[in-house]
Design a protein around this ligand. Structure first.
Ligand code: HEC
Length: 134
Protein backbone atom coordinates (compact mmCIF):
# COMPACT_ATOMS: atom_id res chain seq x y z
CA UNK A 1 0.00 0.00 0.00
CA UNK A 2 2.68 2.43 1.08
CA UNK A 3 4.94 1.81 -1.89
CA UNK A 4 1.97 2.16 -4.20
CA UNK A 5 1.28 5.59 -2.79
CA UNK A 6 4.90 6.76 -3.28
CA UNK A 7 5.03 5.65 -6.89
CA UNK A 8 1.87 7.54 -7.52
CA UNK A 9 3.28 10.66 -5.96
CA UNK A 10 6.51 10.36 -7.95
CA UNK A 11 4.57 9.95 -11.14
CA UNK A 12 2.56 13.03 -10.45
CA UNK A 13 5.73 15.09 -9.83
CA UNK A 14 7.44 13.96 -12.98
CA UNK A 15 4.39 14.30 -15.12
CA UNK A 16 5.35 17.51 -16.84
CA UNK A 17 8.84 16.37 -17.88
CA UNK A 18 7.56 12.93 -18.64
CA UNK A 19 5.00 14.23 -21.06
CA UNK A 20 7.53 16.32 -22.96
CA UNK A 21 9.87 13.34 -23.27
CA UNK A 22 7.00 11.09 -24.24
CA UNK A 23 5.85 13.47 -26.97
CA UNK A 24 9.40 13.68 -28.32
CA UNK A 25 9.73 9.89 -28.36
CA UNK A 26 6.33 9.54 -29.99
CA UNK A 27 7.28 12.12 -32.58
CA UNK A 28 10.37 10.10 -33.52
CA UNK A 29 8.34 6.92 -33.65
CA UNK A 30 5.84 8.60 -35.95
CA UNK A 31 8.65 9.80 -38.21
CA UNK A 32 9.94 6.23 -38.35
CA UNK A 33 6.50 4.91 -39.12
CA UNK A 34 6.04 7.49 -41.84
CA UNK A 35 9.35 6.56 -43.41
CA UNK A 36 8.42 2.89 -43.26
CA UNK A 37 5.01 3.58 -44.75
CA UNK A 38 6.63 5.56 -47.56
CA UNK A 39 9.01 2.69 -48.24
CA UNK A 40 6.18 0.14 -48.33
CA UNK A 41 4.18 2.41 -50.60
CA UNK A 42 7.13 2.87 -52.95
CA UNK A 43 7.60 -0.89 -53.18
CA UNK A 44 3.88 -1.41 -53.77
CA UNK A 45 3.86 1.16 -56.58
CA UNK A 46 7.00 -0.34 -58.11
CA UNK A 47 5.47 -3.83 -58.08
CA UNK A 48 2.23 -2.51 -59.53
CA UNK A 49 4.18 -1.04 -62.45
CA UNK A 50 6.52 -4.01 -62.87
CA UNK A 51 4.13 -6.95 -62.59
CA UNK A 52 2.37 -6.57 -65.96
CA UNK A 53 5.72 -6.61 -67.74
CA UNK A 54 6.68 -9.73 -65.77
CA UNK A 55 3.91 -11.42 -67.76
CA UNK A 56 2.10 -12.37 -64.63
CA UNK A 57 -0.87 -10.57 -66.08
CA UNK A 58 -3.64 -11.59 -68.40
CA UNK A 59 -1.61 -12.65 -71.41
CA UNK A 60 -2.31 -15.51 -73.76
CA UNK A 61 0.48 -17.72 -72.45
CA UNK A 62 -0.70 -17.43 -68.85
CA UNK A 63 -4.31 -17.99 -69.84
CA UNK A 64 -3.32 -21.05 -71.84
CA UNK A 65 -1.31 -22.47 -68.96
CA UNK A 66 -4.06 -21.91 -66.43
CA UNK A 67 -7.13 -22.73 -68.55
CA UNK A 68 -6.09 -25.16 -71.29
CA UNK A 69 -2.80 -26.85 -70.45
CA UNK A 70 -4.36 -29.26 -67.93
CA UNK A 71 -6.11 -31.01 -70.83
CA UNK A 72 -4.24 -30.02 -73.99
CA UNK A 73 -0.78 -30.17 -72.41
CA UNK A 74 1.73 -27.38 -71.76
CA UNK A 75 3.12 -27.86 -75.29
CA UNK A 76 -0.34 -28.15 -76.87
CA UNK A 77 0.23 -31.73 -78.00
CA UNK A 78 -2.98 -32.95 -76.39
CA UNK A 79 -3.50 -36.40 -74.93
CA UNK A 80 -4.43 -38.85 -77.67
CA UNK A 81 -5.06 -41.58 -75.11
CA UNK A 82 -7.68 -39.40 -73.43
CA UNK A 83 -9.09 -38.23 -76.80
CA UNK A 84 -7.89 -34.70 -76.21
CA UNK A 85 -6.77 -33.38 -79.59
CA UNK A 86 -3.45 -31.71 -80.25
CA UNK A 87 -3.64 -27.99 -80.81
CA UNK A 88 -0.34 -27.93 -82.68
CA UNK A 89 -1.11 -30.67 -85.24
CA UNK A 90 -1.48 -29.94 -88.95
CA UNK A 91 -5.24 -30.30 -88.51
CA UNK A 92 -5.26 -27.74 -85.73
CA UNK A 93 -3.16 -25.37 -87.85
CA UNK A 94 -5.88 -25.53 -90.49
CA UNK A 95 -8.56 -24.35 -88.07
CA UNK A 96 -9.43 -20.71 -88.56
CA UNK A 97 -9.55 -18.38 -85.57
CA UNK A 98 -13.33 -18.53 -85.84
CA UNK A 99 -13.23 -22.35 -85.74
CA UNK A 100 -11.03 -22.24 -82.67
CA UNK A 101 -13.22 -19.69 -80.94
CA UNK A 102 -16.24 -21.85 -81.68
CA UNK A 103 -14.44 -24.93 -80.37
CA UNK A 104 -13.63 -23.12 -77.13
CA UNK A 105 -17.08 -21.66 -76.61
CA UNK A 106 -19.28 -24.43 -77.96
CA UNK A 107 -17.72 -27.80 -77.28
CA UNK A 108 -19.37 -29.41 -74.26
CA UNK A 109 -15.88 -30.40 -73.03
CA UNK A 110 -15.13 -26.72 -72.69
CA UNK A 111 -18.22 -25.80 -70.69
CA UNK A 112 -16.05 -25.20 -67.63
CA UNK A 113 -13.38 -23.03 -69.24
CA UNK A 114 -15.59 -21.13 -71.67
CA UNK A 115 -17.51 -19.60 -68.78
CA UNK A 116 -14.32 -18.29 -67.24
CA UNK A 117 -13.07 -16.54 -70.39
CA UNK A 118 -14.07 -13.26 -71.99
CA UNK A 119 -14.02 -12.97 -75.81
CA UNK A 120 -10.83 -10.91 -75.51
CA UNK A 121 -9.20 -13.60 -73.42
CA UNK A 122 -10.16 -16.27 -75.96
CA UNK A 123 -8.51 -14.15 -78.65
CA UNK A 124 -5.36 -13.93 -76.53
CA UNK A 125 -5.31 -17.69 -75.95
CA UNK A 126 -5.73 -18.36 -79.67
CA UNK A 127 -2.92 -15.91 -80.37
CA UNK A 128 -0.74 -17.91 -78.01
CA UNK A 129 -1.74 -21.24 -79.64
CA UNK A 130 -0.77 -19.76 -83.04
CA UNK A 131 2.61 -18.89 -81.59
CA UNK A 132 3.23 -22.47 -80.40
CA UNK A 133 1.94 -23.93 -83.70
CA UNK A 134 4.91 -22.46 -85.54
C1 HEC B 1 -11.47 -30.34 -69.58
C2 HEC B 1 -10.42 -30.55 -70.53
C3 HEC B 1 -10.22 -29.45 -71.56
C4 HEC B 1 -9.86 -28.15 -71.32
C5 HEC B 1 -9.62 -27.48 -69.99
C6 HEC B 1 -9.72 -27.52 -72.61
N1 HEC B 1 -10.00 -28.41 -73.61
FE1 HEC B 1 -10.01 -28.05 -75.59
N2 HEC B 1 -10.69 -29.89 -75.96
C7 HEC B 1 -10.88 -30.88 -75.01
C8 HEC B 1 -11.42 -32.06 -75.64
C9 HEC B 1 -11.76 -33.37 -74.93
C10 HEC B 1 -11.55 -31.75 -77.01
C11 HEC B 1 -12.12 -32.63 -78.09
C12 HEC B 1 -13.63 -32.67 -77.87
C13 HEC B 1 -14.43 -32.53 -79.06
O1 HEC B 1 -13.89 -32.42 -80.16
O2 HEC B 1 -15.65 -32.44 -78.88
C14 HEC B 1 -11.07 -30.40 -77.17
C15 HEC B 1 -11.01 -29.72 -78.38
C16 HEC B 1 -10.46 -28.49 -78.57
C17 HEC B 1 -10.30 -27.82 -79.85
C18 HEC B 1 -10.68 -28.38 -81.19
C19 HEC B 1 -9.47 -29.06 -81.79
C20 HEC B 1 -9.74 -29.65 -83.13
O3 HEC B 1 -8.79 -30.12 -83.73
O4 HEC B 1 -10.90 -29.62 -83.57
C21 HEC B 1 -9.73 -26.62 -79.61
C22 HEC B 1 -9.35 -25.56 -80.63
C23 HEC B 1 -9.54 -26.52 -78.20
N3 HEC B 1 -9.97 -27.66 -77.59
C24 HEC B 1 -8.98 -25.43 -77.56
C25 HEC B 1 -8.94 -25.29 -76.20
C26 HEC B 1 -8.51 -24.07 -75.54
C27 HEC B 1 -8.04 -22.83 -76.25
C28 HEC B 1 -8.62 -24.28 -74.20
C29 HEC B 1 -8.35 -23.30 -73.09
C30 HEC B 1 -9.12 -22.09 -73.11
C31 HEC B 1 -9.12 -25.63 -74.01
N4 HEC B 1 -9.31 -26.20 -75.25
C32 HEC B 1 -9.35 -26.20 -72.78
C33 HEC B 1 -10.64 -30.76 -73.66
C34 HEC B 1 -10.31 -29.60 -73.00
Amino acid sequence: MASFATTKAKDAKCHGVHQVVQIAVKGKAIMKMTKLAMLVLTIAVALFILIPSLSWADDGATLYKTKCAACHGVDGAGKPAAKIPSLVSDDAKKLSDADMTKAVTEKPKHAGVAKALTPDQIKMVIGYIRSIQK
